[in-house]
Design a protein around this ligand. Structure first.
Ligand code: SF4
Length: 140
């Protein structure tokens, strides 16, 4: 599956959940997306939920902005850097970000960055339409 296909599928899952949450305030919606609640109530949202496994080692992990509005990806690659293709970058150049570099490809490594998973950040950029927040991610 390409990143774009995953992104669209994930966004549609997010949309379907949001349709059920119209009775909740913005703050309650954000709380609903807390990892522990999502594992229990929305087991199909993320494959990691089956093993109760977090993607980041954070005590308070929130899944509302999974995919991250600062992540930029192009399945065809942004550019060539020497003989490698650069497929993804971080728009805020997070100090906790890094890169996976293989023989032919360079990918953004978000493993050490928790920016979009903190509720203070989610509140700052909050919109009930996930696609609206993510619109710059991969030209969606
Ligand atoms: S933020 Fe991590 S645990 Fe939550 S849905 Fe995304 S990948 Fe899964």
């Amino acid at each position: 599956m390409s990143y774009k296909s995953w992104f669209l599928e994930h966004g549609n899952k997010h949309k379907a959940i949001m349709k059920k949450l119209t009775h909740l305030s913005d703050e309650e919606v954000i709380h609903y997306f807390r990892f522990e609640n999502m594992v229990e109530k929305e087991p199909d949202f993320c494959p990691l939920y089956a093993d109760n496994k977090k993607c980041h080692d954070m005590k308070a992990l929130n899944c509302y902005l999974c995919a991250c509005p600062n992540f930029r990806f192009d399945d065809k690659g942004f550019k060539k850097i020497e003989e490698k293709t650069l497929y993804s970058t971080c728009d805020i150049d997070s100090k906790d970000g890094g890169q996976y570099i293989s023989e032919n490809a360079i990918h953004q490594n978000c493993a050490g960055c928790g920016v979009p998973h903190h509720e203070a950040y989610i509140k700052k950029v909050f919109d009930r339409d996930w696609f609206k927040i993510m619109k710059r991610c991969c030209g969606s």
